[in-house]
Design a protein around this ligand. Structure first.
Ligand SMILES: Cc1cc2nc3c(=O)[nH]c(=O)nc-3n(C[C@H](O)[C@H](O)[C@H](O)COP(=O)(O)OP(=O)(O)OC[C@H]3O[C@@H](n4cnc5c(N)ncnc54)[C@H](O)[C@@H]3O)c2cc1C
Length: 414
């Protein structure tokens, strides 16, 4: 077998794109081809729509797609957390049922974890799933569920045993969101978007084949989902840069961005838009202000070192080391960067940063940054929770005192 190098992968993917890329095909038709060829997710296993390529080759493949203006697989949002979780823990039947339609974008997913009384304390979930002899019946409520209003399926963490300690009584399921027993109510955020929801279950049904963990082992599976979330696997990947190009595929991708991807359109602002800082400092004349320069330098130092930490984590993963708490380090670094970026944008724009109309800086984007950045410190586990994880699992500090051991039924809760 010829040796695998960046150059050989580049040649192979380029030739494949030359033979196959057709902007006038339908989006689903094209993405089905991507799934079958493995080029949509080259680092995934060959048996499951990938090519078994080391992760380090993915950027080369992405670059070739960008050069050809070719649309990629649907690798955005929570559907990617679903894919990562099913690849690791799902049955072959579940992988066969769901993975292809994740990559084609035909199915959208949501993550049904947080509840009104359990966000940080996720293991305290009280949404219940009871087996009636034939299927699981779900009752309870979730909250902050991003994209539930578009979702076909949800990753559900539910309590299946109340008589064991809280972490041991949870199970993990795929729930069909398109049933009357699931009611989705949107919530409005302070940045004006309504990307997340309350979700109520009244005797919602899950067939046994949709159980992902064994009964009582849901916590372990949920940790896989969360580790991928903290590593930013669900981040908004760039779409094709071919805005405005003619072709059925570009039109269908545009429609997808406007509908299913709509909940994520403020995510770049939530990360602080470090990319805008120098431009904004130049256009406002603040680049020569020593106080602003100092804070910009601090921001870029934090941002670069966060990027290097993320690369180190990826390298460790490529060498086959299991995922560790580096996701928590990365997530915390991302929060610090976003907060510093928000401070710098405020220093640069001054009171104008509060304007949101068409005359405001960058059409309201700066204001949107200021009211979106706080979400970075909450989503996927708060900063305080990441610090607890780092303290206990990296630094080996004593664990927090626990008041919640023993059967969950007897634990005092909200
Ligand atoms: C943009 C966004 C999208 C989200 N999307 C989803 C989604 O799709 N699906 C989903 O299930 N959830 C989602 N969430 C919810 C998110 O996971 C929770 O908000 C988060 O885990 C915190 O839980 P909570 O809101 O219940 O806060 P709480 O747990 O009530 O925390 C309140 C405060 O207490 C602090 N605190 C709590 N426990 C401790 C402790 N042990 N030590 C120190 N401090 C502590 C917290 O850090 C926080 O400051 C989303 C949130 C955001 C902001």
């Amino acid at each position: 077998m010829s040796e695998l190098t960046q150059a050989s992968v580049r040649t192979e993917v380029r030739a494949w794109l030359e033979d196959n890329w057709d902007p006038d095909a339908s989006l689903v038709e094209w993405r089905t081809k991507l799934a079958d060829s493995g080029w949509g997710m080259p680092a995934w296993p060959k048996a499951w729509f990938g090519r078994d390529l080391p992760q380090a080759f993915t950027p080369v493949v992405d670059e070739e797609f960008a050069l050809a203006n070719a649309v990629g697989a649907a690798k955005t949002g929570i559907r990617l957390l679903a894919a990562a979780t099913l690849l690791e823990h799902g049955s072959d039947e579940q992988k066969a049922t769901y993975l292809r339609r994740i990559l084609t974008g035909e199915d959208a997913w949501c993550q049904l974890f947080s509840e009104p009384g359990s966000g940080s304390d996720l293991a305290g979930a009280t949404t219940r799933a009871d087996f009636d002899g034939e299927r699981w019946i779900v009752n309870g409520q979730k909250v902050w569920t991003t994209s539930a209003h578009h979702a076909d399926f949800g990753l559900l963490l539910a309590r299946t045993d109340w008589d064991v300690p809280k972490h041991d009584g949870l199970s993990y399921f795929v729930l069909d969101m398109r049933q009357d027993a699931v009611e989705v109510r949107p919530l409005r955020q302070m940045n004006g978007h309504a990307s997340f929801n309350q979700v109520f279950f009244t005797d919602a049904v899950i067939p046994p084949e949709n159980q992902v963990s064994t009964t009582g082992n849901g916590w372990k599976v949920a940790m896989t989902t969360l580790m991928h979330e903290r590593r930013g696997s669900d981040a908004l990947r760039s779409f094709t840069r071919a805005k405005g190009l003619p072709g059925r595929m570009y039109e269908e991708e545009r429609q997808e961005i406007e509908t299913v991807m709509e909940p994520y359109k403020w995510y770049p602002q939530r990360a602080g838009r470090v990319d805008l800082v120098i431009e904004r400092a130049e256009e406002t004349g603040k680049l020569s202000d020593p106080a602003v320069r100092q804070e910009i330098a601090r921001l870029l130092t934090m941002s670069r070192s966060a990027e290097w930490t993320a690369r180190r984590a990826r390298a460790a993963q490529q060498q086959g080391r299991p995922q560790g708490p580096e996701g928590s380090l990365g997530k915390l670094a991302g929060s610090n960067v976003a907060r510093q970026a928000s401070l710098v944008h405020t220093m640069i724009s001054g009171a104008d940063a509060m304007l949101t109309n068409a005359d405001s800086p960058r059409d309201g984007v700066i204001a949107e940054i200021l009211v979106s950045v706080p979400a970075t410190s909450i989503a996927g586990g708060t900063d305080e929770i990441q610090r607890n994880i780092i303290a206990e699992r990296v630094l080996g500090m004593p664990k927090e005192p626990r008041m919640d051991t023993g059967p969950f039924r007897d634990v005092k809760r909200n």
